[in-house]
Design a protein around this ligand. Structure first.
Ligand SMILES: CC(C)(COP(=O)(O)OP(=O)(O)OC[C@H]1O[C@@H](n2cnc3c(N)ncnc32)[C@H](O)[C@@H]1OP(=O)(O)O)[C@@H](O)C(=O)NCCC(=O)NCCS
Length: 163
């Protein structure tokens, strides 16, 4: 399997339905514009039989990090840090759910951010999870920020070790 950049002339964005309206809308209305403006990169996992069908997607960008919301040990170690890679969105179409594609997309997103961090360094990767979905990320070593349980982080060093 291989993810590819969103291509609005190839991918059927209207068909995509992950069950969460905001995530459907983002893919259908925003992702392509945001890509063109260099704000986010959206990667697609295509259906091999019908490459225009989208199995799932994620969007990557950068964000700032609130050091005060980190556990004290990490806050001290990374006191000069100010940026992090962000998995801004991640979703799988309902027709393809519970087949491991969500986990595959998460690992693929982490691998891409790890590669990016080798050129433009940042020490954390952050994800804004949907309510109740934190365990999906905790399985991979993410931890919740102290003040926001649905916002999670992992250090790039840990991602390097895992991958
Ligand atoms: C969450 C989501 C990305 C998971 O994608 P998926 O391809 O169905 O997930 P996987 O098959 O890789 O599942 C891996 C594990 O994640 C967990 N998981 C998946 N969907 C879940 C759900 N709806 N609720 C709770 N846990 C879930 C399970 O532990 C699952 O393992 P299992 O099937 O052996 O029980 C997908 O359901 C989705 O897009 N949901 C709507 C949007 C959303 O909630 N995004 C979450 C990130 S913000």
């Amino acid at each position: 399997m291989k993810s590819v950049l969103l291509d609005k002339s190839r991918h059927d964005r209207k068909r995509f339905d992950c069950g969460v309206k905001a995530l459907n809308n983002y893919l259908q209305l925003m992702a392509s514009q945001q890509l063109k403006k260099d704000n986010t990169r959206t990667f697609i996992l295509e259906d091999e039989q019908h490459p225009q069908f989208i199995k799932g997607y994620y969007s990557l960008t950068m964000t700032t990090i609130d050091l005060n919301a980190l556990p004290p040990r990490l806050r001290k170690k990374h006191q000069n840090a100010n940026s992090a890679g962000l998995i801004a969105r991640l979703a799988v179409d309902r027709r393809y759910s519970r087949k491991g594609f969500g986990e595959w997309l998460l690992v693929d997103a982490l691998a891409k951010l790890l590669t990016a961090s080798e050129t433009v360094a940042f020490p954390f990767i952050i994800v804004d999870s949907k309510e109740g979905m934190a365990p999906f990320y905790e399985k991979f070593g993410f931890s919740s920020f102290l003040d926001t349980p649905d916002k999670l982080f992992i250090t790039v060093a840990d991602v390097r070790n895992i991958l």
